[in-house]
Design a protein around this ligand. Sequence first.
Ligand code: GDP
Length: 154
Amino acid sequence: MTNRTFTIIKPNAVGLGHTGEILEIIEKAGFRILALKMVCLSRSDTEKFYHVHKERPFFRTLNLFMTAGPIVVAVLEKENAVADFRTLIGATDPAKAAEGTIRKRFAESKTRNAIHASDSNENAAWEASFFFTDKEILETTYQLPVSPEEIDKD
Ligand code: GDP
């Protein structure tokens, strides 16, 4: 059964111009993009989104980093999406991330680690709803309503 996960391409990866490359890796790994947009987080958005980390020592710098520039948020679909996407991005600390993972390639440090991924189906649904309305998450697939010849005839 396919399910959904949620991702953030973080400010360093967006600012350094890696958005396209990261989306290419994601699509080539078999994830379908159901929703996608670029936004900026405020300090209070970041506090809400990362509320579970509020008391952690790294919370201040995480907040400073996440508000440092635009981010790209997306809802993704694939079989076993949550677990497979965690594998694709690699460990939180890039020094521990496996070869070939997105963090191994694009993360600069534990804080500036390029990408976020949901860690459960429940959190994926909550995180997606933090950024997108139900209507913005598109189930629709590409399907021509007539033959390709008909579309291309003019
Ligand atoms: P993730 O699921 O791999 O993103 O990790 P967590 O949910 O545990 O943490 C959220 C984010 O907080 C991580 O992606 C890092 O940017 C940051 N973070 C987590 N743990 C640490 C840490 O020990 N040190 C620092 N500096 N940042 C951390």
